[in-house]
Design a protein around this ligand. Structure first.
Ligand code: FDP
Length: 340
């Protein structure tokens, strides 16, 4: 397929006019059995992303920053924008006739919208506004999503339908609300990046088939918890210090993973004293990010094995995360395998 990503007119104006929807549709038409389902789902996520981006940009003006004064299902302080973003996504995706199950970080259990026989062919897990504790200081935050098939005819519990290992995801990605609004997505055939053009209100393709650098001496971890990390992680950090590594940590997973995807390095959230299984959630953080990173040629492990092969046991299950450039993940893994 010819690359029409950037068009330069005879007047020298460079415009980028391949939209997210057009791109996904073009990909889908390559498959005879394609039904247009993906385009439909991703267009709902794109609509939600544009609406959330608008809310995030206006948060201080509209006075919707700060906590609501209640905790979410994880016992964490809920931000007003967490709730707003969750409602926007539930609404946008709930309207799509092919979505069977929706599961959010903000909800205790998944919502069953319709059974497979009623057209609910997909399950979607999402974190509506990851990193939201950073909102007050205008740090980049993001939405993370994971799409898998709804293979079961019988509706038992929503969890029964959605709890599938990450290698069964058919699409995954994130929207970063940063200095620009960036939509990164994979449908299992490489990773593409779109940026919201605010002038025309749509995501346009800016980079196709992103490849993560194979190695890069950058680690991204909350080093303040170092004394509470298992010893092999501490030993890895000592080794990294001795080997000229640089450190970058924003504390907002989408922003940290996005930088790692584009610039290389390794993002780590190990088990800690407070979170013995790690802090990040498997179903709507580690799995979708793991798929994106693997599709870009990187690696994602929980320290024992591939994140995408973990058999999930609960919607809000946590997991240690080590992901990024293949060579950098190998370095961490070497310390974990040797026990320090
Ligand atoms: P937050 O608590 O602000 O929502 O998963 C939640 C998350 O942010 C990630 O985005 C981020 O990577 C991580 O927590 C940061 O945790 P620490 O503050 O413990 O470093």
């Amino acid at each position: 397929m010819p690359d029409y990503t950037v068009t330069t007119s005879k007047y020298g104006i460079t415009e980028n006019l391949t939209t997210l929807q057009a791109h996904i549709l073009a990909q889908e038409t390559k498959f005879e059995e394609a039904t247009g389902d993906f385009t439909w789902i991703l267009s709902a996520i794109s609509l939600a992303g544009r609406a959330i981006a608008n809310k995030v940009r206006r948060a201080r003006v509209d006075d919707v920053l700060g906590e609501v004064g209640q905790e979410n299902v994880h016992g964490e302080a809920q931000q007003k924008l967490d709730i707003i973003a969750n409602e926007i996504i539930m609404r946008c995706l709930g309207d799509r006739a092919n979505v069977g199950v929706l599961a959010s970080e903000e909800g205790e259990t998944p919502t069953i919208l319709r059974s497979r026989s009623d057209g609910g062919r997909y399950c979607i897990a999402f974190d509506p506004l990851d990193g939201s504790s950073n909102l007050d200081v205008s740090v980049g935050v993001g939405t993370i999503f994971s799409v898998s098939r709804n293979d079961q005819e019988e509706v038992d519990s929503g969890e029964g339908l959605i709890l599938q290992p990450g290698h069964r995801q058919v699409a995954a990605g994130y929207i970063l609300y940063g200095s620009s609004t960036v939509f990164v997505v994979t449908t299992g055939n490489g990773v593409n990046m779109f940026v919201l053009d605010p002038a025309i209100g749509t995501f346009v393709l800016v980079k196709r088939h992103i490849t993560i650098p194979h190695e890069q001496r950058i680690y991204s971890v909350n080093e303040a918890y170092r004394d509470n990390f298992p010893k092999p992680y501490q030993d890895y950090l000592s080794w990294a210090h001795e080997n000229g590594y640089s450190s970058r940590y924003i504390g907002s997973m989408v922003a940290d993973v996005h930088r790692t995807l584009l610039k290389g390095g390794v993002f780590i959230y190990p088990p800690t004293g407070e979170h013995s299984k790690g802090k990040l959630r498997l179903m709507y953080e580690a799995n979708p990010m793991g798929m994106v990173i693997e599709q870009a040629g990187g690696a994602a492990t929980d320290g024992k094995g591939r994140i995408l092969d973990i058999e999930p046991e609960g919607l809000h299950q946590r997991t240690p995360v080590v992901l990024g450039s293949a060579r950098e993940v190998e370095h961490v893994q070497r310390f974990l395998d040797n026990g320090g």
